[in-house]
Design a protein around this ligand. Structure first.
Ligand code: GLN
Length: 304
């Protein structure tokens, strides 16, 4: 029997003492209010056991982690048609890279970089009757938590400064790969990124990816084969141009966000989430990556 609580307590207590904690994202001004001293870890096992350390119940801005949740909702509507508008190859580029310029056919490299996530957002704006409310309801349902909400200050902050995302959306539109208004798609995208969730809520929401598409309440939201695909995309594309490094050091599919969150999982076993707002040079949580590397090293459990 592995002492999960002891392991995550040790990881938390040792890493919180590190002097180098990374740099909080400042390009979205509202995120810069976060402290590098926040640090939480939450482990949700498929059998229902849970373990928490540090700030595991404090909500924070999930940012790019939302791209996986949006992808799962779009897949529920579009199934395999989704891949006609977005590819599944790692980009090797930062999340905000305008890689469409290289492709010249308007098909983003994958759904977890910004240009790909904007195409997914466009699909949801098309399919959902009240896009922002319906998407929030979906996240609340899969996490089994009605308290989850948008942080409208964060959404407004990114709307004021998100020039790169405006450029990407306009570029997609020029390639006819956005069906809705640029403004509507960006408004939805800035809100999906501005959902606040804690490590505990994120681990619950990602349960369905570790459980063949069935959420914590045992409802099938996506087919087993699509859960497999989403995990594959997380492994190859979940950490921007550091996806190889994350697979190498941690060995789990996962997704990070510039709010400092990371969620990773082992199918049929567990979901583990971390939050530490200080980022490394590639925009991934510095302590979070170290914590997850130590977790898979000490427990000797990873997909490899
Ligand atoms: N909303 C952020 C952006 O589009 C998300 C980036 C991230 O978390 N990597 O820039």
């Amino acid at each position: 029997m592995i002492d999960f609580q002891g392991i995550i307590n040790n990881i938390h207590n040792n890493l919180i003492k590190e002097e180098v904690k990374g740099v909080v994202a400042s390009y979205i001004p509202e995120l810069y209010k976060q402290s590098t001293n926040s640090f939480g870890i939450y482990l949700q096992c498929i059998n229902g056991e849970t373990y928490a350390a540090g700030d595991a119940y404090t909500p924070f801005s999930i940012q790019s982690i939302s791209k996986v949740l949006a992808l799962s909702k779009a897949i529920a509507f579009e199934d395999n048609r989704i891949w006609e508008r977005v590819d599944v190859e790692p980009s090797g580029n930062p999340f905000n890279h305008l890689s469409l310029l290289e492709l010249e056919n308007g098909i983003p490299r994958n759904p977890l970089i910004n240009s790909g996530a904007l195409v997914i957002a466009d699909m949801l704006v098309t399919h959902l009757k009240n896009p922002k409310q319906d998407f929030l309801n979906y996240v609340r349902t899969i996490a089994n938590d009605q308290t989850i909400n948008y942080n409208t200050d964060v959404a407004a902050s990114e709307k004021r400064t998100g020039y790169g995302n405006f450029a990407a959306a306009n570029l997609l539109k020029s390639f006819n790969n956005l069906n809705n208004n640029v403004e509507d798609v960006l408004d939805f995208y800035f809100h999906q990124c501005a959902i606040d969730m804690s490590c505990a809520q994120l681990a619950k929401a990602f349960y369905l990816f570790a459980n063949g598409g069935k959420c914590v309440n045992n409802v099938q939201h996506i087919p087993v084969s699509q859960a497999k695909r989403i995990n594959a995309i997380m492994l190859t594309c979940g950490f921007y141009d550091e996806a190889g490094e994350f697979a190498f050091r941690v060995g789990l599919p996962g997704k990070s966000g510039v709010g400092g969150g990371i969620v990773a999982l082992l199918p049929n076993n567990f979901i583990i989430s971390t939050w530490a707002p200080g980022l490394n040079a590639k925009g991934n949580s510095l302590l979070g990556m170290q914590a997850l590397e130590q977790f898979t090293t000490e427990t000797k459990i990873s997909i490899f």
